[in-house]
Design a protein around this ligand. Sequence first.
Ligand code: ATP
Ligand code: ZN
Length: 284
Amino acid sequence: MELKIAIQKSGRLHEGSMQLLKECGINISNGNNQLRVKASGFPLEVFFLRDDDIPEYVQDAVADIGFAGQNVVAEKNKSVLIAEPLGFGKCRLSIAVPKNGNILSVQQLNNKRIATSYPYILSEYLQKQNINASIHEISGSAEIAPKIGLADAICDLVSSGSTLFSNELEELETILQSEAVLISTKRLSEEKQELLAKLLFRIRAVKKATNNKYVLLNAPNDRLPVICNLLPGMRSPTVLPLAEPGWSSVHSVISESDFWNIIEQLKNAGAQGILIVPIEKMIV
Ligand code: ATP
Ligand code: ZN
């Protein structure tokens, strides 16, 4: 019994998908550029597909699960379950307009033409906003559409915004925040549900580790109460005596997002020799 997973064959989600599986202890060798490969380290069979096709394959249970962008999952509107956000492939779907043009608000899109490869998400959005615009569906990059007179605005994926910038466009409104997610078919056998639970356990341990750091520092004993207060850790910080009397070593875990803030406060509280170390897996 194997779980069948669909991932992107090549493109922006390929590396992140392979990397996450690898960190979960799952190895996939696809030297021969095959469409299906059996993994080692977990009962998994991997299908390499175009990202656009993944929701449908999962809906139809050709693949049991898949990794795809929320943008694609929302656009394809297939009947699948979203089991877990994966923390990579982050981007947003935005409406953008020519810089210094005459469209300054979303309402001014009325009776305008918008080029996009996300007609479903865009039409849902426009309907909600009560805007009557015409949608020009295109398959490739939308950013040249205003320049060649094909459209007045575009609706496309943005990450840094540099593509918009170099095409003299600016974001008017973000309509969807996206990252890669694990989707699953609604028709999973009980056995496969158990396999999926095991895989999710590994994925969560990896994600948790990525979002946290291990911190080690030295402190004079009289500063320990203040420092331990700043470092709640998983349960509470570990405090070990140093060879030098009156000093201790403190070990704990802090979240990536808090870390610069806390480091500053730790230094001010008298911590010295602070080390921040990556964590490989974390199970709480
Ligand atoms: P395919 O050949 O599989 O159809 P594609 O050209 O449609 O590939 P990519 O450009 O590889 O797609 O993007 C795949 C997904 O990566 C997007 O659907 C989105 O979820 C995510 N993505 C898109 N742009 C970015 C970006 N700039 N940064 C990070 N992730 C992105
Ligand atoms: Zn695609």
